[in-house]
Design a protein around this ligand. Structure first.
Ligand code: CU
Length: 728
C-alpha cells in the first residue's frame, strides 16, 4: 500500500524527510513546466525509468522506504497540507460567479470566420518579432464551420489570469440565496478565511478570481466565447507548476473541432482565441429539419418557445469547460482552469413555473424566463494540496494519479450552504485530477437519505433514479441531483458525504458504508462530510418545481445501421515511435483495433469514422489495478454493455454519457454518431495525470463536405504564428 499522505501523528523525522522529498520533486516539476528539461532529459539522467515512471531514488520518490527506524519499509508519503486552524463548515459556500452575456458589438476586434491574423508585437520573452493577435490556427481548415448560418447572438469574455481579488462577483441571486455572502465585498483568492491568500502564480483562474465561473447559454443562440490569455509571458513565472499556453475544451460540446479545444491548438499569453459554440441539437442537419416538433425547442425570452431543428432526445444540460493543453492539462486544470456551462432548452428551461407541456419544471426559480439559479446550484468538487506555506502545490510524479488532501466545494474548504425547506437541483462536477467520489446525503444521526438523480454527464435521464448513495463519480463526470429539503425541518442540518476512499491515484480503494465514512477512521483525508446544508427558513414562495416521472427518453437508434465497430485498449507500457512537439511520453497508452499500444501523439490519427454514420466502440481496461474514466469528445454516446452485458449497466448509466468509467479490468461498449460537424477530436483518460502521461489519441471525422482535403494537417502553434505538419 502506498499511502499518499502521512498520518497526522507521523514522527517529526518522517515529516521532515517527506517535506525534503516533496521539495526535490517540486524542483523537477518546476524545471519541466518551464521547459528547461524534458521528459527525455529526465530519462537520460535516470530520474525517469524507460516506462516513464519516476525512478526509485530516496529523497525523491514518495514510495521509497527510508532508512529510519520509524519509517523502515513504510512509504514516506507526503506531508499533510497545513490548515492554519480552518475548520469544517465554518465558511459559507459561494455560488458560481456568472460571466456576463453581452451583445456581440462589445467585442473588439469583431470576431470572424477565419482566425484574426492581425499582427501585433510579441514580447521578447516569447521570442519577439510579430505574431497574430488570435491564437486559433489560420485559414479555412480552422475557420468556424457554418459561421454565416450561425452568427453569434451573444458573447462572453474571460481572461485566464493570475490570482487576484474579486471585486465584481455576480452570482445572479440575492445574498439570501447565497448563504448571506455579500457580493459587493472584495473576495481575495483563498480557500478559507483562515488559509493564506494565494500568490498570484499559484492559482490561475478565469479572470484570476474565485468563485469558479459559470456561463449560461440556450439552444440555437450561438455563443461566442472569447478567451484571452493573460498569463505571464515568462514561462518560469508559474509558481512551480502549470504552463502558460492553453486550449479551452467545452466538455461534451457538439461543435466543430475548431471550437473543441484541440490539445495541439493552444494559444499564448497576450493572444485570444474565439470559440464559437452554436449550441444546436445533435441531428440538426438531418432530423426534424423543419423544426416541427415542439419538444425540440428553446426559450424565446418571454414565456414562449422557439422550435428548433434536430433530435430533442439529444438535449443536453450540464457541461463544463477546462484547459486541454497537451501534457499540461492536469496542472492547468488543477491550477484553476475549470468552469461550468449550463445549457437551457424548452425541456430544461431553468424556470419551474412555466407550464407549457414541454418544460420539465425542474427546481430553479421563476423570476426570469429561463436560467433561474435560485434553486439550481452548481457544485464543483476538487481535492487540493498546500505546501508548508499554505500555497497550492502539485506533484506530477505520481503517474498513478495525483491526490489532494484538502476537500473543496466551489474552491471553498468544506463549506456550508443555507437552503430553504423545498426542492433544490445540484449540478455536481468532479473537477479533480485523479480522485473519484461517491456522494451520499446524511442526516444529523448519520442515516443515509434519499437522493433523486436526474442526469448523468450533460444528459437528463429517461426517468429519475432515487438512490441512497450515488455511483462512483469519475473525473469530469457530472451528476445532477434533486434533494427535497421539505422532508426535514427548519433548523435541521444535512451533509453531503464522500464514501469513496483512495489510497493512491490508481482507482478507488474502497467504497465505504455511511457509518464507516462518518467514523473518522479512514486514512483518506477527503472521506467523510464535505458540505453542510443548513435549512434556514420556509420557502420564500410556494415550490412549484417538479421531478417528472418521464424526462428525456434515449434517442432511438434501431433504424440506424452500425457502420463499423472499433476496439480501444487502455493500459500501460505503450511505445512512442515518433518524436517532436506533438508526441508524449509516459507509462500510459492506448491500442486501437488490436494494434500495438501507443503513447499519445496528436499528429497520429487513430480512427476516422465516416461523417453521418453510427459506430460501436469497445473500450477495454487491460489491467485490474486501475480504473480509467474515458472521455470521448464531440457527441454523447449510450452504454450498450458493461463486460459484455446490458444487465451490468446500472440504471443511472442508461441515459446518454460522455465519460465512461471502465472499472478495473472492465470493458464498456458504447455507440456514438458522427453528425453535423467535422474535424479532429480526442479520446483520452480523464484521470488527467494518465492523460498527460500519454493516454490520449486523436480521431477524426472523415468528410462532411468541408472545402478542404483530408487528412487534416496538424497545427504547431508558436507566438509568431502556426506552422503545420502532415499527420501520420
Ligand atoms: Cu486513466
Amino acid at each position: 500500500m502506498s499511502r499518499i499522505y502521512l498520518p497526522w501523528n507521523a514522527s517529526r523525522a518522517r515529516q521532515r524527510d517527506a517535506e525534503r522529498a516533496r521539495r526535490n520533486r517540486t524542483e523537477i516539476v518546476r524545471e519541466l513546466s518551464w521547459g528547461r528539461v524534458s521528459r527525455r532529459d529526465l530519462m537520460k539522467w535516470g530520474l525517469f525509468t524507460g516506462a516513464g515512471a519516476l525512478a526509485n531514488i530516496g529523497g525523491l520518490s514518495p514510495f521509497v522506504a527510508n532508512a529510519r527506524a520509524d519509517g523502515g519499509g513504510i512509504p514516506t508519503g507526503a506531508p499533510r497540507s497545513p490548515l492554519f486552524g480552518a475548520t469544517a463548515f465554518s465558511q459559507a459556500m459561494p455560488r458560481f460567479d456568472v460571466l456576463a452575456r453581452n451583445p456581440l458589438s462589445c467585442l473588439s476586434p469583431a470576431p470572424q470566420a477565419e482566425a484574426n491574423q492581425t499582427l501585433m508585437a510579441v514580447d521578447p520573452m516569447l521570442g519577439g518579432g510579430f505574431g497574430p493577435c488570435e491564437g486559433r490556427p489560420p485559414g479555412p481548415v480552422w475557420a468556424h464551420q457554418r459561421w454565416d448560418e450561425f452568427p453569434p447572438g451573444v458573447c462572453v469574455e474571460a481572461t485566464q489570469a493570475p490570482a487576484t481579488t474579486n471585486y465584481s462577483y455576480n452570482p445572479q441571486v440575492a445574498s439570501s440565496l447565497n448563504s448571506g455572502i455579500d457580493p459587493t465585498h472584495g473576495m481575495p483568492l483563498r480557500f478559507h478565511p483562515k488559509l493564506p491568500i494565494q500568490h498570484p502564480n499559484n492559482v490561475w483562474t478565469f479572470n484570476g478570481t474565485i468563485p469558479p465561473k459559470l456561463v449560461q447559454g440556450r439552444y440555437n443562440e450561438p455563443l461566442l466565447f472569447r478567451h484571452h490569455n493573460g498569463l505571464p509571458v515568462d514561462v518560469t513565472q508559474n509558481g512551480g507548476f502549470g504552463r502558460h499556453t492553453i486550449s479551452t475544451h467545452e466538455h461534451n460540446g457538439h461543435h466543430g473541432a475548431e471550437n473543441d479545444g484541440f490539445t495541439g491548438a493552444y494559444f499564448f499569453p497576450n493572444q485570444f482565441y474565439d470559440y464559437h459554440w452554436p449550441i444546436v441539437l445533435a441531428g440538426h442537419f438531418s432530423m426534424n429539419t423543419a423544426a416541427s416538433d415542439r419538444m425540440a425547442s428553446t426559450p424565446d425570452g418571454s414565456g414562449g418557445l422557439i422550435q428548433i431543428p434536430g433530435d430533442w432526445h439529444e438535449t443536453m444540460s450540464t457541461h463544463w469547460f477546462h484547459d486541454h493543453m497537451f501534457s499540461f492539462t492536469s496542472q492547468n486544470v488543477y491550477k484553476g482552469n475549470a468552469a461550468m456551462f449550463n445549457l437551457y432548452s424548452g425541456l430544461d428551461r431553468g424556470n419551474e413555473d412555466i407550464d407549457d407541456g414541454v418544460n420539465l419544471r425542474l427546481p430553479s426559480g421563476s423570476a426570469n424566463d429561463w436560467g433561474n439559479l435560485d434553486y439550481d446550484v452548481n457544485l464543483m468538487l476538487a481535492d487540493k494540496a498546500f505546501d508548508s506555506d499554505g500555497q497550492m502545490y502539485f506533484d506530477i510524479f505520481n503517474f498513478d494519479g495525483f491526490l489532494g488532501d484538502v476537500m473543496t466545494v466551489n474552491l471553498a474548504y468544506r463549506p456550508y450552504f443555507e437552503v430553504e425547506r423545498r426542492k433544490y437541483r445540484f449540478r455536481i462536477l468532479n473537477a479533480s485530477v485523479s480522485r473519484f467520489f461517491k456522494v451520499a446525503l446524511a442526516n444529523a444521526s448519520g442515516a443515509a437519505q434519499p437522493i433523486i438523480q436526474i442526469a448523468n454527464d450533460g444528459n437528463l435521464f429517461p426517468a429519475p433514479v432515487t438512490l441512497l448513495s450515488l455511483d462512483e463519480q469519475g473525473i469530469a463526470e457530472r451528476y445532477d441531483i434533486v434533494i427535497d429539503f421539505s422532508n426535514y425541518r427548519v433548523g435541521d442540518k444535512l451533509h453531503l458525504v464522500n464514501l469513496c476512499e483512495h489510497q493512491d491515484g490508481k482507482k478507488p480503494a474502497k467504497d465505504l458504508t455511511m457509518s464507516q465514512a462518518l467514523s473518522g477512521t479512514s486514512q483518506d483525508p477527503c472521506v467523510g462530510r464535505f458540505l453542510e446544508f443548513r435549512i434556514v427558513r420556509e420557502p420564500a414562495k410556494p415550490d412549484n418545481s417538479r421531478v417528472p416521472a418521464v424526462m428525456i427518453p434515449n434517442p432511438d437508434l434501431s433504424n440506424i445501421p452500425v457502420a463499423r465497430e472499433r476496439t480501444f485498449v487502455f493500459g500501460e507500457g505503450g511505445s512512442q515511435p515518433n518524436s517532436g512537439s506533438t508526441t508524449g511520453l509516459g507509462p500510459w497508452a492506448i491500442g486501437t483495433d488490436g494494434g500495438k499500444k501507443f503513447n499519445a501523439d496528436y499528429n497520429r490519427r487513430s480512427a476516422a469514422p465516416q461523417f453521418g454514420t453510427r459506430e460501436i466502440w469497445h473500450l477495454v481496461n487491460d489491467g485490474g489495478g486501475w480504473d480509467h474514466p474515458i472521455h470521448i469528445h464531440f457527441e454523447e454516446g449510450q452504454i450498450l454493455a458493461r463486460n459484455g452485458s446490458l444487465a451490468n449497466v446500472p440504471l443511472a448509466e442508461r441515459g446518454r454519457k460522455d465519460v465512461y468509467r471502465l472499472l478495473p479490468a472492465g470493458s464498456v461498449t458504447i455507440t456514438m454518431q458522427f453528425r453535423d460537424w467535422g474535424g479532429m477530436f480526442m479520446e483520452h483518460c480523464h484521470n488527467t495525470v494518465h492523460e498527460d502521461n500519454a493516454m490520449l489519441l486523436r480521431w477524426e471525422i472523415n468528410g462532411g463536405g468541408e472545402p478542404y482535403l483530408r487528412p487534416l494537417p496538424t497545427p504547431c502553434p508558436t507566438p509568431q504564428g502556426v506552422t503545420w505538419e502532415d499527420p501520420t
